[in-house]
Design a protein around this ligand. Structure first.
Ligand SMILES: [Fe+2]
Ligand SMILES: [Fe+2]
Length: 214
């Protein structure tokens, strides 16, 4: 089964259970927060544009919006990023950090300022494409709900982030075709690893929730 089909099956299980669903929302919030933090920490102030600052702030706002939805559904114990308030939080962060590290490593031959910009653009490009797919599949599964309506604004902003960096990469990186294909393959493998971990986690929870027959 492809990672995409697998995701649809996992989302179906998650949204059928409010406690899991709240953790799922909180995990999205956590990833948005990691994105916000990564932009703020990686970009040097002397080269920071309004567009990049706006991108960071929008990711921070996405983190907060999703956090509020998680707490509304799951209660005050969701108001942190503690492991028990997340679904595969460590694996979700590893997906993001390992992708960033792989892009950084692949671009290590570039001059510092160019490398920082390229890593930011490629990681954003990869993550936004994945986010649009995952948020889109999730939204389809909860169609008509309050959360689905709230995702519309977030998806519009993610689409703009993607268009911004894609425009820059197409114009500014002569090696875009080659690099984007190589990075897509890395991202696909890291995403598949995350989906595997999520499937294993849900299977374990289902076993624990079903008492063994006598
Ligand atoms: Fe976002
Ligand atoms: Fe974004």
């Amino acid at each position: 089964m492809s990672s995409e089909n697998r995701l649809d099956a996992l989302i179906g299980r998650i949204v059928a259970d409010d406690a899991l669903h709240a953790k799922w929302l909180n995990t999205f919030s956590f990833l948005e927060y990691v994105g916000f933090r990564k932009i703020v920490k990686s970009q040097r102030a002397e080269a920071l544009s309004g567009a990049v600052l706006n991108h960071a702030l929008e990711e921070g706002r996405h983190a907060l919006g999703l956090k509020k939805l998680a707490v509304k559904l799951g209660g005050p114990e969701l108001d942190s990023y503690a492991p028990e308030a997340l679904l595969c939080g460590d694996e979700a962060e590893a997906y993001f950090q390992d992708l960033d590290a792989a892009c950084d490593e692949a671009l290590s031959d570039q001059p510092e300022a160019e490398r920082v910009k390229l890593v930011y653009c490629y990681v954003t490009w990869l993550i936004e494409r994945r986010a649009l797919g995952v948020y889109g599949a999730y939204k389809a599964a909860i169609d008509g709900s309050e959360v689905a309506r709230k995702l519309d604004g977030l998806l519009a902003e993610e689409s703009r982030h993607l268009a911004d960096v894609e425009g820059w990469l197409q114009q500014g990186d002569a090696a875009f075709g080659e690099r984007s294909r190589a990075f897509e393959a890395i991202e696909g493998a890291l995403y598949a690893r995350f989906i595997e971990a999520l499937a294993g986690d849900l299977a374990r929870r289902a076993t624990q929730a079903t008492p063994a027959s006598a």
